[in-house]
Write a protein that binds this ligand. Structure first.
Ligand code: EPZ
Length: 431
């Protein structure tokens, strides 16, 4: 390994020698952005819930640390999660624990519904944007909740929650999830217009209905929830992670050979598959999942949008694949205000990218070169891994902790496909 800097304290990184073709099959894990709301919805029940196909991710473990403080008895064995919510209490959770994961704001709806009080951290912003909670709060206040700002968080309470009509000016995924969970035990009917329609919302509604809830219209902009008196425990299997699947589709497009994504579902990836068609990438659907083949790619123009539009979570991964496409591409980000920080890292690898008005202008280059780079968020980290896979030479990628939040076993999965990749612990030493 020459020329790569060793100027870090003991820090884990990903080392990768690019250029190897990847071939074979990769199993897609359960969906992070479905399992987190399902865990939150389990708080609505007075029993023991079982969730199968749960990915072993740091975000799941952090959510469990929040649940522990709420009195949930959890058992996470393999990919099966048992949540005993019989002794849950809406205790004040340590702000430093709540602040570690934005999705902890999803305890707001269920705790308000079941206990008429809840406390969350100021788990708003992160590197990709300010991520306020105003839509969550407005929706819960419409049901009758009062939400007070606290030192480092918020305290919510209600005498009762009554169903009503709520309209979102923007289809916020989290706000839709919080409202559905709160309305599930409210008195009467709630009609939500302008709801997010992501597949993870459909999954949440199916889980609440399996608990005895009455949620209709999930997956469309209008969701109708009939409040019930109580919800029982349920057993449920989480859908495959469409963002992980999209990540490996783009990895195969960039560095394949031919890769089978076992368990990937075409319906949830329509926007990406249409983009792959436009890029001239070969893929096909089989009974086992989706197969993608590597090869040269055409430049395209993409705009991210709420589902069923092109998902913002795949924006960094697509940009990495367009760095070596033939021609000039544009990727416009419309969901988050700061989701191109990784572009500077791709430039260290030789990419030609300009960011203007939240839009990346990418002029394809013949190849990228390995470099010492750092990720600032989860999907940026995955994008740098993909770029390094096809780059010439070695790369060292910092920010593994971000990747571990959202990708189960990314390094072993890519190594099993033939990538020359490993996690390395670097000690401080002279360059
Ligand atoms: C969910 O975040 C996902 N996270 C995100 O995935 C995903 O990028 C996002 O939805 C959009 O699809 C989980 O499901 C755990 P939003 P969420 O509320 O619910 C603004 C990943 O990489 N907004 O739909 O927080 C907000 O600032 C993560 O897996 C308000 O203005 O997303 C953002 O610009 C990243 N006020 C936009 O809406 C609010 O009250 C989308 O946010 C809420 C949101």
């Amino acid at each position: 390994m020459t020329g790569l800097a060793y100027n870090n304290l003991a820090q884990e990184k990903i080392w990768l020698a690019g250029g190897a073709k990847i071939d074979g099959e990769v199993a897609i894990s359960g969906a992070k952005n479905a399992v987190l709301p399902l865990m939150a919805a389990s708080l609505l029940s007075g029993g023991e819930c079982i969730i199968n196909n749960v990915p072993r991710l740091d975000d799941v473990l952090v959510m469990l640390s929040v649940f522990k403080e709420l009195g949930v008895k959890a058992d996470f064995c393999g990919h099966t999660l048992r949540l005993d919510c019989r002794r849950v209490r809406p205790a004040a959770v340590e702000p430093k624990v709540l602040g570690r994961i934005r999705a902890s704001n999803l305890i707001l709806g269920p705790l308000l519904a079941r206990f008429k009080e809840a406390e969350i951290g100021a788990c708003g912003g992160c590197s990709i944007g300010s991520r306020p909670l105003d839509l969550h709060f407005a929706a819960l206040e419409a049901l009758g909740a009062k939400i007070l700002p606290l030192e480092g968080g918020y305290f919510a309470f209600a005498r009762e929650l009554k169903g009503t009509r709520v309209t979102f000016p923007f289809p916020s995924v989290g706000a839709t999830e919080n409202l559905i969970m709160a309305a599930a035990l409210a008195q009467g009917q709630t009609v939500l217009s302008g709801a997010a329609a992501e597949p993870e919302i459909v999954e949440l509604a199916a889980y609440i209905n399996a608990m005895g809830g009455k949620v209709c219209g999930a997956g469309t902009p209008t969701v109708v929830i009939e409040g019930v008196k109580s919800l029982r425990s349920a057993s449920y299997t989480v859908m495959p992670d469409r963002i992980e699947a999209g990540t490996y589709l783009l990895a195969g497009a960039l560095a394949g050979g031919e890769v089978l994504l076992r368990g990937a579902r075409r319906a949830e990836l329509a926007a990406l598959l249409a983009a792959l068609d436009a890029m001239g990438v070969t893929w096909r659907e089989t009974a086992a999942g989706l197969v993608v083949c590597g090869g040269s790619r055409r430049a395209i123009d993409i705009v991210t949008a709420p589902h069923p539009g092109f998902p913002t979570d795949l924006q960094p991964l697509l940009t990495a694949a367009l760095c070596t496409a033939r021609g000039r591409s544009t990727v416009r980000e419309t969901i988050f205000e700061n989701r191109f920080t990784y572009a500077a890292e791709l430039k260290k690898m030789g990419a030609s990218i300009q960011i203007r008005d939240n839009c990346a202008i990418i002029n394809g280059v013949p190849a990228l070169c390995g470099a010492d780079v750092a990720a600032g968020d989860l999907r940026a980290g995955a994008a740098l891994v993909l770029a390094a896979l096809a780059a010439e030479g070695e790369s060292l990628i910092a920010g593994v902790e971000y990747i571990d939040r959202g990708y189960e076993d990314m390094v072993p999965k890519l190594a099993a496909l033939g990538a020359d990749i490993r996690r390395v612990k670097l000690r401080a030493r002279a360059v």
